[in-house]
Design a protein around this ligand. Structure first.
Ligand code: NAD
Length: 478
């Protein structure tokens, strides 16, 4: 079986141990062996990035553009093959896998353009004959740590801006899904990325991740993953006075008002709650429904949920792929059990035994819940949604905001006033009107508030806030 190595200082470097990357649609299938880097590998990667940093910071915008453009083009050209690999390692459907690969291609192409558009400001000083220039410079070496649920899009939306703005990178992908990050490393290498500018070190969070987070040679850290790991990283970065950006969990509300278009609301909730097996930080997990539409909405949603076809990620008829692994499935099933114990009426949610040895779970709806239950306070990260019945808009808004998270929030309504009010008063970083809470564009900021996010936004031109540092120069012409 092929062994996949780490990319350190422009060389493909083997490891003492390799991890098996398995297919959650059929756990008997090993996709490949991927290096489990050591702490020393991570240190060497940071040193290689430091050595390459002055050269890449001085590279022309054209050189940075050309590299990112070439990678974006290759990702798009090979989206079928890479999307298939993604679906095999993560379990989302083939259409979702190809879509995510195309998204990664778009992100690389967008930041190829941004490399040409780094701007600054020139102002007159308050003192005579002095000019003030505000310019953006690379931060230096950035550590990028990514989760398993978007194995190509998230590494892309961190790597592409990092390189566009002149930084060198050490990327550590999730140990469950290293293959897509490995593809990005291979493409960067094939497209002529100078040695050390981009380094990939796969392996354990507690070994490789921890070394990157604590290494004095890293200037800034961008992390996406759970609140627990993110909080730990924020503490270390605070102690070391290191810039950091964290994207973490969600418990995203979707409000359905009495005046909602039922077709729009049911379709938005089926998508937002269950697609990608609910394994999206922006998934709608709390469906907050006004009492006048409650019964009709629940009847339609349950029918729609029961019709969703769960199966092998690569089967053309599959709409919901497997859960990512056995540990996540056990956790989901424990929450289904808890929902019953907390007094909810549980529909679906059982483990499904299909033809292959995969982690299949029927989508679940919890009816008759209230917002104080643990199932409505903790992120489940599976194909599970709760219905919370409310009396009016004000109650819906209060329940939507009553959470430690603040990533995405949605409302289904045909009333412009309610939509406008929700947009203004929602405590989430992203608000959706008549659209699923999940599913975003690549050229605008992404991120949340409260425990969901910390630090500057990702994506779009707002990414410059994290990946550059500002210099203010005063010039007296004499
Ligand atoms: P996780 O926190 O377990 O792991 C994320 C990454 O951190 C992995 O690469 C892991 O190896 C690494 N890591 C673990 N311990 C570390 C340590 N001590 N030091 C450094 N790195 C360490 O998260 P996960 O289970 O991979 O991902 C699921 C979570 O990600 C969910 O909570 C989900 O909501 C969140 N997520 C958030 C967003 C967002 O943008 N807000 C997007 C996708 C996923």
């Amino acid at each position: 079986m092929d062994k996949h190595d780490n990319l350190i200082g422009g060389a493909w470097v083997g490891a003492d141990t390799y991890g098996e990357n398995r297919n959650p649609s059929n756990w008997d299938e090993v996709i490949g062996l991927y290096a489990h880097g050591s702490s020393a590998d991570a240190e060497r990667a940071v040193e290689a990035a430091r050595a390459a940093a002055p050269g890449w910071a001085a590279a022309t915008p054209q050189a940075r553009h050309d590299l990112l453009e070439a990678v974006g083009r290759k990702l798009a050209e090979r989206s079928q093959e890479i999307g298939r690999l993604l679906s095999r390692e993560e379990g989302k459907t083939l259409a979702e896998g190809i879509g995510e690969t195309m998204r990664a291609a778009q992100v690389f192409k967008f930041f190829a353009g941004e490399a040409l558009r780094v701007t600054g400001d020139m102002l007159a000083s308050v003192r005579p004959d002095i000019d003030v220039e505000v310019t953006r410079e690379p931060v230096g070496v950035v550590g990028l740590i990514t989760p398993w649920n978007f194995p190509i899009a998230i590494p892309a939306w961190k790597t592409a801006p990092a390189l566009a703005y002149g930084n060198c990178v050490v990327l550590k992908p999730a140990d469950l899904t290293p293959a897509c990050a490995h593809v990005i490393a291979r493409l960067l290498d094939e497209c002529g990325c100078p040695p050390g500018v981009f380094n990939l070190v796969m392996g354990r969070g507690s070994v490789v991740g921890e070394t990157i987070v604590t290494h004095p040679g890293v200037d800034a850290l961008s992390f996406t993953g759970s609140v627990g790991t993110g909080s730990h990283i924020a503490e270390v970065c605070g102690r070391l006075k290191r810039k950091c950006q964290l994207e973490m969990g969600g418990k995203n509300p979707m409000v359905v008002l009495n005046d909602a278009d039922l077709d729009v609301a049911v379709s938005a909730c089926l998508n937002g709650t269950f697609f990608s097996t609910g394994q999206r930080c922006t998934a709608s997990s709390r469906l907050i429904v006004e009492d006048g539409i409650h019964d009709a909405f629940v009847e339609r949603l349950v029918a729609g949920m029961r019709a969703l076809r769960v199966g092998d990620a690569l089967a053309p008829e599959t709409q919901i792929g497997p859960v990512v692994d056995g540990k996540q499935l056990d956790s989901n099933l424990a929450y289904v059990d808890l929902a019953g114990k907390e007094g909810a009426e549980v529909i679906g949610g059982e483990r499904l035994e299909l033809a292959t040895n995969g982690f299949f779970q029927a989508p679940a709806l919890f009816l008759g819940t209230d917002n104080s239950m643990r199932i409505n306070r903790e992120e489940i990260f599976g194909p599970c949604g709760s219905i919370i019945k409310v009396g009016d808009f004000d109650e819906a808004l209060a329940v939507a905001n009553d959470t430690e998270f603040g990533l995405s929030a949605g409302i289904c309504t045909t009333n412009l006033k309610s939509a406008r009010e929700f947009k203004r008063r929602s405590q989430a970083g992203m608000v959706m009107v008549n659209l699923p809470t999940a599913g975003v564009d690549f050229h605008v900021p992404f991120g949340g508030r409260k425990s969901s996010s910390y630090g500057p936004r990702e994506q779009g031109r707002y990414a410059a806030e994290f990946y550059t540092t500002v210099k203010t120069a005063y010039v007296f012409a004499g």
